[in-house]
Write a protein that binds this ligand. Sequence first.
Ligand SMILES: NC(=O)c1ccc[n+]([C@@H]2O[C@H](COP(=O)([O-])OP(=O)(O)OC[C@H]3O[C@@H](n4cnc5c(N)ncnc54)[C@H](O)[C@@H]3O)[C@@H](O)[C@H]2O)c1
Length: 337
Amino acid sequence: MSKTFKIAIIGAGGIANAHMAAAKDSGGRVEVVAVVDPIQESRSKLVAAAGQAADFADVDALIKARKGGLVVEGVLVCTPPSVRVKIVEKCLKAGLPVLSEKPLASTLKDAKKLASLARKYKKVPTAIGYCHRFTPALHEMNRMAASGELGTIVRFENFFACDLPGHQSKWFSDPKKAGGGAFLDMGSHSIDLFHAMIGPGKPIASVFSNKWKGRTETAATVVLKGSKKRNANIGAGVPGVIISGWAESSRFTVALVGDKAMVSYDYENPEVITVKDLLGKADVRPIKTCGVRFTDQLVAFANVVQIKANNTGLATFEDGLAAAMVGEQAAKLAKKK
Ligand SMILES: NC(=O)c1ccc[n+]([C@@H]2O[C@H](COP(=O)([O-])OP(=O)(O)OC[C@H]3O[C@@H](n4cnc5c(N)ncnc54)[C@H](O)[C@@H]3O)[C@@H](O)[C@H]2O)c1
């Protein structure tokens, strides 16, 4: 076991708390030693959750303290995507590995800039937090598809939707700051999952709707079509149905549908996967909870930085750019009458 990996969290809002809990669940493998946020109250709360950590109002102060001897081996960027480019650039320039929250950026232009920064500073590890890649059930679904148990895969289905009324007054739905709505927020996870489980694809249909006047979309229904054969059972052309929503009943499900059987996972019933045959007979099998995904993602980041581990399953900035390109194409399709 490697020594403890010491990280700073930049952006002490909602998701930072999930990462703090994940670090605490890592059995000492990952420790949050610094918190950066311009809002004193936010960083103080996160420092309290850490027990003990340095805190800074901006990334320059963090980098200065590191030069002065504070040990920080990587950063976890949990800010809104619109402010990330400068932060990531400063960290990479200082030689600090970056795990950035999804989506990579709020605009395709910024996503391209970030991917080019990762190429420029290629010796400094970068990754994007498409945490669902660390959901054990999805690995099992991939294994089942590859084994032929499901037959030929005919569809990928992914619903990430729930009611988030608070988003109406937050940056999340501000068209100028967010760059997109429910589809960029939740759908970007789904696009990445399609890429990771089926392969590259293009949107062929896209419908967005908006419950909140003057804000971004609150619901998206997008159909992707795969463009490359992945294995004997996942050919080119597999369609994916992606449902994203901020103002509807909650569904967090992923399914692979084959011509022999289908397998589905429900994040709201996280310790089982269900395999159904063509007659609808269900076989409910135990599986490790999706609750491990943030911790496993942090440990993968630690392993990449400290022991130069390969094939950890972490999404790269190039994966983030690929998702951003599909997201942009889907948003354009949705605007067409
Ligand atoms: N992986 C997931 O499942 C998941 C879930 C929720 C959110 N997210 C993503 O995490 C990111 C943050 O979301 P959130 O819900 O935590 O948002 P939030 O608004 O709750 O928190 C953002 C924090 O960033 C801080 N911040 C703003 N500008 C900053 C700067 N220049 N330097 C340092 N800190 C700054 C804000 O003060 C705030 O505390 C988003 O990209 C979001 O899409 C991912």
